[in-house]
Design a protein around this ligand. Sequence first.
Ligand code: TXA
Ligand code: MG
Length: 346
Amino acid sequence: MIRTTTDPRAAAEALLAGGLVLLPTETVYGLAARADDPAAVVRVYAAKGRPERHPVIVHLADPEAAIDPQSLGTWVSARPDFARALAAAFWPGPLTLVLPRSSRATDDITGGQDTVAVRVPAHPLAREVLQAMDDLDPEGAPHAVVAPSANRFGRVSSTTVQHALDELGELLDPERDVALDGGPCSVGLESTIVDCTGDAPRILRPGGVTAADVVETAGAMAALASSTTTPRVPGALPSHYAPQAHIAIAIDGEAAEAYADAAQEGGLDAERIALLAPASVPDLPGVMRLAAPATNEDYARGLYAALREADARGIEFIVVVPPPPDVEGIAAAILDRLRRAAAPRA
Ligand code: TXA
Ligand code: MG
């Protein structure tokens, strides 16, 4: 098993030497590698079991340089005004922007597309790691890391270092790779991805930065696909973020009860059924409760841990009551992940 540390410098040293790091961010843990080290990037794909044509996100420290086509070592080649406004409003934070790539963003990172995804994370340790890389190796500054979510392909993302280790610890190299413990993630769902290659922003993956936030900042949103290319987003595959258990999405407490009853009538014993629902929904008699979040933010923060706990307990059937809709908030992102977790397996 790889070593766990709380020292960002140790993580920076590992990265500079071509190692991989289980990296805390405010959204979910990432499996990080130097973005300019193709051999390290290959190991990231191998550990995750991720198809090579699925692009990764380049994480940087400096919000301005991250999307400035003129900046030193830039990863992007163009930037519309609305992308600049989004970056200024939400970076550092749970937002990823897809932009035309520079020559530095090679096919191993972009999956062969002519665009690149960039993000400036807010987690203090992630920022300190990038800063320490620049301090330790000023010639390579500004450093950048790719960091897909720290989970095996198609599985639930990790929101604690232990979950990241459970997913990938055995697949990493104790000689070169380390886990950086930054505590539980504060958002709990992956970043909002906004395609900035068209005339107006287009949300490819909902997240903590909401559609209302994007419209408010960028002025408008592309109603239909405005991009001339069709980017690949594995989070957009039907079954993704999925636990072992089967998931049924109920609209309210009564529907949840009906599902649980039906499952028992179908032969499943109560110990194999669990409930995940907002605090306002009462327990189901004899059925384990995975979580009872009081707010939608709590729901998002605890979602992946709840799905993992279901697997750990051998739950076969999870009845999920989604969060109440909140036009301004994270409910849409939660519902998106729940639908994918519930989708039939390929
Ligand atoms: O919150 C996050 O974004 C986390 C943390 C660790 O930063 N990272 C993450 O990475 O979720 P990953 O690789 O699990 O998901 C990245 C998503 C994928 O769905 C990928 O297809 C999409 O970003 N993506 C990357 N580059 C893209 C591009 N050029 N065009 C469209 N989508 C892209
Ligand atoms: Mg992922």
